[in-house]
Design a protein around this ligand. Structure first.
Ligand code: ATP
Length: 424
């Protein structure tokens, strides 16, 4: 039987849910990936429940008994119960029919058996009935496939009905170190043409999930081998450099303090770094952004990824920090991260130094100081500040005194140039 000790939250919740379900004569199930993860003894945070009958009626009763708040979605007969620190989703058990391949399904309330049949893989089609006697429902051999490390669809039309399952199959295979069993594998090629019918939003979401995995490079590599990456961009190149770049990023992000304090990488940056990395290998960033209906930040990441990949040779030959600064100065953090992990050796060191240090270099003097010295605000101020910054970046000056001397020198030079009629 399932060991719930790995999920203390469930241990606390289940008796409450079970009592309510039995009192109002509804059957409630814990269902899907959570059961897979519990059986594999992997940590799990998302709990999905299915209610045979009406999830809204059940959740209302729960809230009436235990408090908390409800968000209801009557069209889908689903509800979210916010209880203490938890947010728990309840769905009415349902069947799904696909009017056309790759389109969203038509949903009808149904028994748990049919609800399990609509699911993607045997390992995700497991349910725990909460009503007493508690019982694990495994209609398709999910437990056996978990033991054998196998990804198996429930029926032959599965990938055609919903081609996002191709991406899901690869993601679970790589995450769990499983393999797609031979018959399921034989169903992949015939389903490939249907990927083009997926909306940009759905396709994008699959990639966002992959970028959020612990080892996205493994899934991307597998998608490449299966010919699935071409649906982002027919010319996308998945090479060893890109594979290693995803790995290097992971190592960088693993040191959370360094990532946050030195790089200013936000916790949710993995997705846009993923886009920047793929952008570095696309032929047409605009087309990729349009196909996936990317938002503005992700679109900038794809374009920036392509730009920085092209700039790396110039960064490699730059002699001074100020030259690196001039090359990289308007690129966002995610793109700089991508550039750094795509590069190696000295070039990586330069991008890293720029992203973590050089871009924050500013002179100590400001326009206010110049005004105090009797200078009139104008283009000269910008020129002085830029000059000071360049000199600081390149290590020519490092103290306030040296900055003052630098400004005096520039002004004296300009006066001398004026006197000889030259343009400063
Ligand atoms: P993860 O650990 O990545 O969150 P999960 O299995 O919990 O994986 P979800 O995307 O949260 O995955 O979906 C919950 C459950 O819903 C799945 O376990 C599966 O049973 C079902 N499901 C999700 N997406 C599909 C799909 N495209 N086709 C069929 N069933 C799906």
């Amino acid at each position: 039987m399932i060991d719930l000790s790995a999920a203390p939250t469930l241990d606390r919740l289940l008796p409450m849910l079970c009592e309510t379900a039995m009192d109002i004569h509804l059957d409630v199930y814990l269902v899907g990936g959570v059961i897979r993860d519990l059986l594999l003894r992997r940590s799990t945070v998302d709990f999905d429940f299915a209610v045979e009958g009406d999830a809204i009626e059940f959740t209302r009763e729960l809230a009436a008994r235990h408090g908390g708040t409800l968000t209801m979605h009557p069209t889908f007969r689903t509800a979210t119960w916010s209880y203490q620190e938890l947010e728990i989703d309840f769905a009415t058990a349902r069947t799904e029919t696909y009017p056309e391949p790759a389109m969203l399904p038509v949903v009808t309330p149904a028994s748990i058996d049919l609800d399990l049949y609509r699911r993607d893989f045997t390992i995700n089609a497991l349910a725990l009935r909460l009503n007493e006697p508690r019982q694990l429902i495994d209609l398709y051999g999910g437990q056996e496939d978990l033991r054998s490390g196998i990804i198996r669809v429930l029926h032959d039309h599965s990938f055609i009905d919903d081609p996002t399952r191709l991406f899901r199959a690869v993601r679970f295979e790589q995450r769990l170190n499983f393999h797609i069993e031979p018959h399921t594998f034989s169903l992949i090629a015939p389903a490939l043409p249907y990927v083009s019918r997926l909306s940009g939003e759905r396709l994008r979401y699959e990639f966002e999930l992959i970028f959020s995995e612990d080892e996205p490079e493994k899934s991307l590599h597998r998608l490449h081998d299966l010919g699935l990456l071409t649906y982002l961009d027919s010319g996308l190149i998945f090479d060893e450099t890109l594979y290693n770049a995803f790995r290097s990023y992971r190592l960088l992000a693993a040191d959370q303090q360094y990532a946050q304090n030195s790089w200013h990488i936000k916790t949710n940056s993995a997705i846009n770094i993923g886009w920047a990395l793929l952008g570095s290998r696309t032929r047409d960033p605009e087309q990729m952004a349009r196909r996936l209906m990317l938002d503005r930040t992700a679109t900038l990441a794809v374009h920036g990824g392509q730009r920085i990949a092209k700039l790396l040779d110039k960064v490699a030959s730059a002699q001074k920090p100020s030259e690196v600064d001039a090359l990289l100065n308007d690129l966002p953090t995610e793109v700089l991260v991508a550039g750094s992990v795509l590069a190696s050796g000295d070039t990586r060191a330069k991008v890293t130094a720029y992203a973590t240090t050089w871009r924050y270099v500013t002179p100590l003097l400001s326009g206010k100081d110049f005004t105090n010295w009797g200078l009139s605000p104008g283009p000269l101020f910008g020129k002085l500040l830029r000059g000071l910054r360049t000199a600081r970046l390149d290590g020519q000056i490092s103290s306030l005194e040296q900055e003052r001397e630098f400004v005096q020198r520039v002004i004296a030079q300009m006066a001398a140039d004026d006197a000889t009629g030259e343009d400063a």
